[in-house]
Design a protein around this ligand. Sequence first.
Ligand code: ADP
Ligand code: MG
Length: 213
Amino acid sequence: MSLETNFICSTASAIHAAIITHKPEIEPLDQAIGDGDHYINILRGTEVAAGMTDELASLPPDEALNKIAMRLLSTIGGAAGPLFASFFMGMAKIVKHNGANTTLDIAAAFAGGVQELIKRGKGKIGEKTMLDVLIPVAHTFVLSAIENKSTENICADIKAAADKGLASTRDLIATKGRAAGLGERAIGHLDAGAKSCQVMINETCDLILKSSN
Ligand code: ADP
Ligand code: MG
């Protein structure tokens, strides 16, 4: 696997469509334990990224990722904007440094993106946020790549890690973000950011599987 700018662009479009498809599952979550804007924030962000195809086309992948980060920073509101922007900046940094010519390079870039997001939000696992999906997915991606698994198996491992991480947020108390004030009342609800990340990761895996067949 290698990361090309045209793959980044087609992923952005596919993710935008997937967010719309999954609106009925995503939207109620931030309404239940947040301020209800997460679906709109993520919809706007993915729409903006999907609309960048023409301006990204001639750029190398690291510059394309950086440009997406800058645009997200100025267009998505809420906590999610700077967090997703940090993810893309972190990913761009690793791609610029290491290239993205192997599956392990791409896994390392994803992990670098998650690391930057962790730094920006001062978060960790177990706080009922998107990190409960992103951290296990990053670990799984790197380990499966090191083990030289097939693309099919790597995608299956990643999807399973995302599903498990999402499910784990149901019984957690939030200590970050707007749900943090709710204490035990947040128990029983999935986290909105974790759900949108699971949707985006699933969609990306499906696209990788389609393009590798
Ligand atoms: P806001 O919280 O400003 O209304 P959104 O509703 O768009 O922004 O995003 C909320 C999501 O952001 C939460 O569901 C959670 O997953 C994630 N989140 C909030 N704070 C953090 C943080 N410090 N680190 C990681 N993720 C966070
Ligand atoms: Mg919100």
